[in-house]
Design a protein around this ligand. Structure first.
Ligand SMILES: [Zn+2]
Length: 204
């Protein structure tokens, strides 16, 4: 088991990690939207959970982290060792079941810096509970034979409100409230990039 995991790591550390979809299809600062997952709560083998990548040059902005998100990133040749930032529309389980996957798999694949995550109130508590739930794994991977980067699993959580929540390197992200069932907080996001404006409404 250990040997297989190690060999796979070596393979994935080659072409997949060094040549991303961003580099393959997107000229510098172009904007590409990749539908990583379009499924619903019912497990559909043909559609992973909700997740959309907005690729700007070599930066990858992810909206929602449904189940299967890291495998879908791999399928799209996007980075499996950490996206630029995650934006969560709301905390429904089908939009967040891939959040632990995004946190831990990216760390196992080499992430050393905190994952930037933006979303509604409750995201911080969810993150804290996820890290607590996997405390044994964190300990083994840090102090055992793997020697993963200490603290590389960390998440920089931003609980947001409506307005500009991210503005860096020519990409501005504006959150706006949307109606979704009885959720007190659910957001859509508008991405303004050097070449496009993209709006993700979430489940509404
Ligand atoms: Zn929902």
């Amino acid at each position: 088991m250990q040997r297989r995991a190690f060999l796979w790591l070596l393979v994935s550390g080659g072409a997949a990690a060094s040549q991303t979809t961003a580099q393959l299809v997107a000229p510098r600062e172009s904007t590409v939207v990749v539908l990583l997952g379009t499924g619903m709560p019912r497990p559909d083998p043909e559609a992973s959970g909700p997740a959309t990548a907005i690729v700007v040059g070599e930066r990858v902005f992810l909206v929602d982290a449904g189940p299967g998100v890291e495998r879908r990133l791999a399928a799209a040749h996007l980075p499996i060792d950490g996206v630029t930032a995650l934006f969560v529309t709301h905390l429904h389980s089908d939009h967040t079941l891939g959040y632990p996957d995004l946190i831990f798999t990216s760390w196992v694949m080499g992430r050393a810096k905190p994952l930037a995550a933006y979303g509604p109130q409750g995201l911080r508590a969810m993150t804290d509970h996820i890290l607590a739930a996997w405390a044994e794994d964190i300990d083994v991977r840090t102090n055992g034979l793997e020697k993963r980067t200490p603290g590389g699993y960390r998440v920089d959580v931003h609980e947001i409100g409506p307005g500009v929540v991210y503005d860096s390197g020519g990409v501005r992200v504006t959150a706006f409230g949307v109606e979704h069932g009885t959720w007190r907080e659910a957001y859509g996001y508008r991405f303004d990039t050097p070449t496009r404006s993209v709006v993700i409404s979430g489940d509404t």
